[in-house]
Design a binder for this molecule. Sequence first.
Ligand SMILES: [Zn+2]
Length: 176
Amino acid sequence: MWLQCTKCKKYKPLYGFHRQAVGEFGVLTYCKGCRSVLQKQRYYNDTDWRKKRNDCSRLWSQDKYQNDVDYRKKSIEQKRLWRKNNPSRHNSTGARYRATKLNQTPPLTENEKKKIELYYQITTYLGSEWHVDHIIPLSKGGLHHPDNLQVIPAVHNLRKHNNENYVIPENYIFRI
Ligand SMILES: [Zn+2]
C-alpha cells in the first residue's frame, strides 16, 4: 500500500512512515524523512521540548547502563575511545572540576584533611562501583569538606548528577 505524505506530497510505501497507534492506517500522516526534518527543527527551536527529550534519553541510557551488561561494556569502551581521541577536551573537563573543587575547599584542619583522604581510600578499596559524592554538589556551591562527603554506589552518583534532591536509599550511604 502506498500513502501520500501530507508534507512533501510524495507517495511512499507504508513502511516509509513511522508507526503511530492513533493515526490512519496506524502511521503518521507525514513520511519518515519529513518527520526527521520536523524533529530537528523542533530540537533547535523548542527549549523545553529539547530539555525533556535530553532528560528522557539520559534516563533511558542510565537504566540500560545499569541493567544491560553488554551495553555497559560497549559504553565504557566508547568513553575510553572518546577520551583517547579528545585528550584536550577530556582534560579540560577534569581541570575545570579540579579547579571548582579547589575553589570550594575551605581551610581544613589536619584531621579534616585525613578524613577526606579516608573517604577516597574507601572507594579505592571498594572499587569502581562506589564513588565519593558531594552531598550538596560542588556545582551548586557545596563545599569540598568532610561534612559534605559520603560514599555511595556509582550508579546513584551518576543518577544524582547535580540534582541535590535526588534521594539515595539510606542503607547505601556510607559516612565517616
Ligand atoms: Zn514527506
